[in-house]
Design a protein around this ligand. Structure first.
Ligand code: GLC
Length: 476
């Protein structure tokens, strides 16, 4: 094994958002390209993980203040994944149905303890491995203390020269916690204390940026934005810039293929896009109460501010109120207030809006296939994968010009356009983008050629995997 990816999420074992998709796909493509790559994650009590068979490869204890917490590392026995997957079995810590909280409930509340146990368990295993990985690749703040621990904790001293790569999928969350919890950390060199600190807290994201050998963001555009908008970490991002790489995510084009997708009942056949879209759209009408013949604009994702979900209700009221005939569908779960608002909206816009307020992977696939447009009004978007899934399934993206959305979706006003972009995070700008979308929809020739063009775009991982390989080569 050359590269060990360390992450909270990995599709299909456990997924909350795009992090899961990326960690479940990139290793497949790295392995295909000859870079042997494995993933390690916590052993959650998700449906998929509950159904697997395991082979135990290691056992140990991590110290958590006065406790010694037992753990085991187990290898998932599943040939179909395309990469070796290991899980850390930490009874009482991760054997729960959700990744960050129970489905539909709040955060678990003991994340500091959980992430500390997980990170140390991984490192203990690596310390004792006979054939060690060449590079540790950590994802998001939950694994952000690893670059610090390998350098500054006596226990992991033998790993101090092992290069670490840290990928920021979401810089909005830093994992910061109070210094009052410092007793939970493994012993570390007191001179290195400042490396953990940001704003008088222990900040895993900051520690990762300071200690890792290289850090990456999931799009070049997001890296630029982080220089002046990084939830308080801007000075650090700027001073660590020499080791930064912006690498755009890809999508798993084998999994996301409209001609073979198991969730899509009417698959793309012989390149007949019009028929495929029409039949899948008709199927959506069986499930969602939307007046037939309207263009359908869909939102899929977490109902949180970061994704701009809070803007949508007013946008929909405005558009429908203006007399323009569009149907909206929403799929997702998130903040309780927003969930309530999206539920109530069904009574306010009957026939023009419907929603399924849940996480539903299969329904998401059907919506990409059956919708005409996909809207992403994100405040922040480190990369965004849904706009790429939408293109591949022939739904035209309507996106705000931020981060990875800007890097992947060219406006139809330009050469090679792929979708509709708007700049300001305002109801007016978003509504205007929808009006433009309706114009496209009402022009069958333009619609058909745009669908054909976006479905042919190559968003596959091959290209991005090459960038990661260049990065790894620089370190080994
Ligand atoms: C996070 C980001 C999203 C990105 C994904 C995968 O979920 O919010 O923009 O696509 O990670 O990197």
């Amino acid at each position: 094994m050359k590269i060990l990816h360390i992450s909270m999420e990995c599709y299909p074992a456990a997924k909350y958002g795009g992090l899961g998709d990326v960690v479940g796909a990139l290793p497949i493509y790295l392995n295909k390209a000859g870079v042997s790559t494995a993933v390690i994650m916590p052993k959650f009590a998700t449906k998929w993980l509950n159904q697997q068979r395991y082979r135990e490869v290691y056992q140990g204890h991590v110290r958590l203040h006065n406790d010694y917490v037992w753990f085991a590392i187990e290898e998932v026995q599943n040939e179909g994944l395309g990469f070796p997957l290991y899980v850390v079995n930490l009874p009482g810590k991760f054997d729960r149905p959700g990744v960050y909280g129970d489905p539909g409930g709040g955060w678990y509340g003991d994340e500091v303890q959980r992430y500390l146990c997980f990170q140390q368990a991984v490192l203990k295993w690596v310390v004792d491995m006979q054939w060690k990985p060449q590079i540790l690749h950590c994802h998001d703040h939950h694994t952000g203390l690893i670059p610090f621990m390998v350098k500054h904790c006596p226990e992991f001293h033998s790993l101090r020269n092992m290069p670490t790569v840290f990928t920021i999928h979401n810089g909005e969350y830093s994992g910061a916690f109070s210094w009052q919890n410092a007793h939970l950390l493994p012993y570390f060199d007191a001179n290195a204390r400042w490396l953990l600190d940001w704003g008088n807290t222990i900040c895993p994201l900051a520690a990762a940026l300071k200690c890792c050998w290289r850090f990456t963001t999931v799009s070049p555009g997001y890296l630029e934005e982080l220089k002046y908008n990084a939830a308080g970490l801007e000075p650090l991002v700027n001073s660590e810039m020499p080791k930064a790489w912006g690498i755009i995510n890809g999508i798993d084009t084998a999994l996301w293929d409209p001609s073979t997708d198991k969730y899509v009942s009417y698959k793309l056949q012989k390149g007949n896009i019009a028929e495929y879209k029409e039949i899948n759209k008709a199927k959506l009408h069986d499930r969602f109460r939307i007046i037939p013949d309207l263009p359908i604009v869909t939102f899929i994702g977490r109902l949180v501010r970061e994704k701009g979900a809070d803007l949508l209700p007013e946008v929909m009221r405005r558009v429908v109120g203006s007399g323009v005939r569009v149907g909206f569908i929403v799929l997702g779960t998130g903040e309780p207030d927003l969930m309530r608002e999206f539920a109530e909206l069904k009574n306010q816009l009957p026939g023009f809006y419907d929603a399924s307020l849940e996480y539903n992977e299969g329904l998401a696939h059907q919506l990409y296939a059956g919708s005409d447009f996909l809207i992403m009004p994100s405040r922040v978007e480190p990369c965004g994968l849904n706009q790429m899934y939408a293109c591949r399934y022939g739904s035209i993206p309507i996106v705000r010009s931020v981060g990875g959305l800007k890097d992947t979706i060219i406006d139809i006003g330009e050469q090679g356009g792929r979708g509709i972009r708007f700049n300001q995070f305002t109801v007016e700008d978003a509504a205007m983008a929808i009006f433009r979308a309706v114009k496209v929809y009402n022009n069958p020739e333009v619609l058909a050629s745009l669908r054909e063009r976006i479905m042919a775009v190559d968003f596959s991982w091959e290209r991005s995997a090459k960038d990661y390989m260049r990065l790894y080569n620089e370190l080994s």
